[in-house]
Design a protein around this ligand. Structure first.
Ligand code: PLP
Length: 418
């Protein structure tokens, strides 16, 4: 469960003393991120994907704290957003609009207006209705919108069904037939839209390089049926995110140079730029969730540790059956292991962080780190059971920096006191 490798990797990127200090100073539950590991992840992508042909974006939904966005902006990344809220985060982080692409299957009119007013780089249009709405609003605002059509390639990413987004049955994107309809009379019907790209994102946690040639083949088939003026005008294809990490080792679990080769050949063949927009592979292993054991019980031969983090802080185990390694921080738990459930205080039997994992006998007050919680951790947190969301801390060269204060009860209840 927690061998020397895990402890040394935790120590390398976070420093176990720093984690103990963070828990003391800011109390638990607490999200802690490593600036060094975020930068190392960016470097892995940069060295696999030559920037001369590939734009690297970060998918904001994975981890949207302003300080993390500023750090990644400083590394030169573009950003993929799915709401006006994420657009506002980037504005406050000082990111210029020409670095922002806007996806999402249900953009409201006010969100489209916000994107147009900001002058974002590209709208990833996901339906026939959205193309019409975007064209009309751009007309009203006397502006033009740069558009990539998000294409549903009907390719199975061979991943968890909840995070598979490119099968024919999934709600995302437009089908080949819809694209044919949309583009048959583009200039007349969508006079305010400049079609300059395509966008595909087939899902998350993709481990097989072989998925990418399949996606490329479908994209090329689509380009071949576009009216030639539009096909010739294509400048870029955004292949989305989805690069897997291995939650057993915290490492990126897909051969990035292998994917880069497939996409690079496509870019050369079609004379277009390529964009990718990972979320998880850039942020997951750069964050841990610290939690303390509150109470211990014994249930049918299992040790049950009730900790102060719950599905409200990290919903992935409850939602997807995701498995995050959990390790003790700063000693205090060693010796023979017994099957252990690590559960939260929320009133749901589904409220667990780990089930049946081997753990030594724990003590009340033991500090634990839930690994690889940096992506889809805090951003999916909730206030269920009227639990204030935790603070977030960044470990950088200068030490620990609070990057989001813990919510107060007033933050939660105040809006109802009308
Ligand atoms: C359009 C789009 N791009 C990128 C991502 C990021 O995916 P991942 O975190 O798996 O890299 C998502 C995730 O849902 C997405 O919907």
């Amino acid at each position: 469960m927690f061998d020397a490798m895990e402890s040394s990797s935790l120590d390398r990127w976070f420093g176990t003393e720093r984690l103990s200090e963070a828990a003391e100073r800011f109390t638990t539950p607490l999200y802690v991120y490593s600036a060094a590991r975020l930068r190392d992840n960016v470097e892995r992508f940069r060295s696999a994907f030559p920037s001369a042909e590939t734009d690297l974006a970060f998918s904001v939904k994975a981890c949207s704290n302003l300080s993390i966005l500023r750090l990644l902006a400083g590394e030169g990344l573009l950003f993929d957003i799915v709401s006006a809220g994420e657009l506002e985060r980037l504005r406050r982080a000082g990111v210029t609009a020409d670095r922002i692409v806007f996806a999402g299957a249900g953009k409201r009119a006010d969100e489209i207006r916000a994107g147009l007013a900001a002058g974002i780089r590209e709208f990833n249009v996901e339906s026939v209705g959205e193309a019409g709405r975007l064209n009309a609003i751009a007309g009203e605002l006397k502006t033009r919108a740069a558009v990539a059509l998000r294409f549903n390639p009907d390719v199975d990413a061979r991943t968890h069904t909840y995070i598979s987004t490119g099968r024919g049955e999934d709600k995302f994107g437009v089908t080949t037939a819809e694209i044919k309809g949309l583009t048959s009379n583009w200039e007349a019907e969508f006079a305010n839209l400049d079609l300059h790209g395509l966008h595909v994102h087939v899902g998350s946690q993709i481990r097989e390089v072989a998925v990418w040639p399949e996606v490329v083949a479908v994209v090329e088939g689509l380009i071949d049926v576009l009216p030639s003026a539009l096909a010739d005008g294509l400048k870029s294809v955004n292949f989305g995110g989805g690069f897997a990490i291995d939650y057993e080792t915290s490492e990126i679990a897909i051969d990035l140079p292998g994917v880069a080769e497939v996409l690079g050949e496509f870019a050369a063949r079609r004379d277009v730029r390529v964009m990718i927009e990972p979320g998880r592979a850039l942020a997951a292993n750069a964050g841990v969730l610290l939690t303390r054991v509150q109470y211990l019980k014994e249930r049918g031969g299992r040790q049950v540790a009730i900790v102060d983090a719950a599905m409200t802080e990290l919903i992935r185990p409850a939602l997807y059956g995701a498995k995050h390694r959990i390790v003790p921080v700063g000693g205090g738990a060693s010796g023979e292991t017994i099957p252990t459930d690590i559960v939260g205080p929320v009133c749901e039997s589904g409220d667990f962080l780990a089930r049946g994992v081997p753990f030594p006998k724990l003590n009340g007050g033991q500090l634990l780190a839930v690994l690889d919680a940096g992506a889809y951790g805090f951003t999916m947190s909730s206030n269920y059971n009227t639990r204030p969301r935790p603070a977030e801390v960044l470990i950088e060269e200068g030490g620990l920096r609070l990057i989001r204060r813990r919510e107060s009860l007033d933050d939660l209840i105040g809006p109802e006191e009308l």
